[in-house]
Design a protein around this ligand. Structure first.
Ligand code: AMP
Length: 284
């Protein structure tokens, strides 16, 4: 079976009607596909009989001064990648067919989950994500939907929405894929020069410091965060936006780690905004 491509919810819905006996694995993306996306796709294929990828550069999740217009768009390359990866269905909805140009009903995640981390500097972002992801889940009704742990706040918020709104889907969190330097793969890495990419490796290096400290028995957030800051400061070109240590599920700050903690960083290199995180498990 080749790659079937649809551009409107109704066409896709019609196709899926006749494939209801299959198990559906869904990977929502904004395109400019890389090996991180590929790992989600491979997992969706392994765990389901039909794999669906969507590419939609969602205007609702970009702020007025963000990179919506210059966000990398490479549809031909992405289509070929989906074909090679054995994707069954590629969904490429237009903004019109997703209704984003109209007055759209919005899904508002719990404000407390949006007040920290990326939510602080990106007001409206997670509401935009939540609205479009909910629409996609309603259109596709997948058995499983695959999201990267790289976007940890997004993953926690989507898990919460799916629980709170009784959406019938398994949300599968997938580990972050990285370059050899430790830099997390991201569509936005295309904006970076090779020097910038080398400098950006400091983000994961500093997250590993946090992990090493916890492995040695340290549980105080203040001590862990100070060590991460010291490492980050070794690359003066890195402009820190936030460094937080939070509960991975509720996203609320933790002072002492009891079991699991999410250490998350956002900042800029060469004016490109990058995010990364690590989940640390404390075993006493
Ligand atoms: P995006 O196209 O950036 O919206 O990403 C689509 C999905 O791929 C999201 O669930 C991301 O968390 C996930 N993703 C992005 N980068 C990576 C990565 N380096 N490793 C694993 N998953 C990723």
């Amino acid at each position: 079976m080749g790659l079937a491509i649809f551009t409107t919810p109704s066409e896709l819905g019609h196709y899926l009607q006749s494939h209801r006996s299959q198990s559906l694995g869904f990977v929502p993306t904004m395109g400019a596909l890389h090996v991180g996306h590929r790992s989600l796709i491979d997992r969706a294929r392994r765990e389901n009989t039909l794999a669906i990828v969507s590419i939609f550069v969602n205007p609702l999740q970009f702020g007025p001064n963000e990179d919506l217009d210059r966000y990398p768009r490479q549809l031909e390359i992405d289509r070929a990648m989906c074909e090679t990866a054995g994707v069954d269905v590629l969904f490429l909805p237009t903004s019109e067919s997703m209704g984003t140009k109209d007055l759209l009903t919005q899904v508002i995640p719990p404000p407390l989950m949006m007040s920290g981390l990326c939510g602080k500097t990106r007001p409206g972002h997670f509401q935009g994500v939540a609205t479009i992801v909910t629409k996609l889940l309603n259109i596709i009704k997948p058995d499983r939907a695959y999201f990267g742990e790289k976007d940890a706040q997004q993953l926690a918020i989507i898990r919460k929405i799916v629980t709170d709104l009784n959406i019938s889907v398994d949300v599968v969190g997938c580990p972050t894929l990285r370059a050899d330097s430790g830099l997390a793969h991201s569509s936005r890495n295309q904006y970076l020069s090779s020097t910038g990419k080398a400098q950006a490796a400091v983000i994961y290096r500093s997250l590993k410091q946090a992990q090493a400290l916890v492995a040695s028995g340290e549980t105080r957030a203040s001590v862990i965060l100070a060590a991460v800051m010291t490492e980050l400061a070794t690359v003066t070109e890195f402009q820190l936006e936030y460094l937080e240590l939070v509960d991975p599920q509720t996203l609320q700050s933790i002072e002492t780690i009891a079991k699991k903690a999410l250490v998350a960083i956002a900042g800029r290199i060469e004016n490109t905004r990058l995010i990364d995180n690590i989940i640390i498990v404390f075993d006493d």
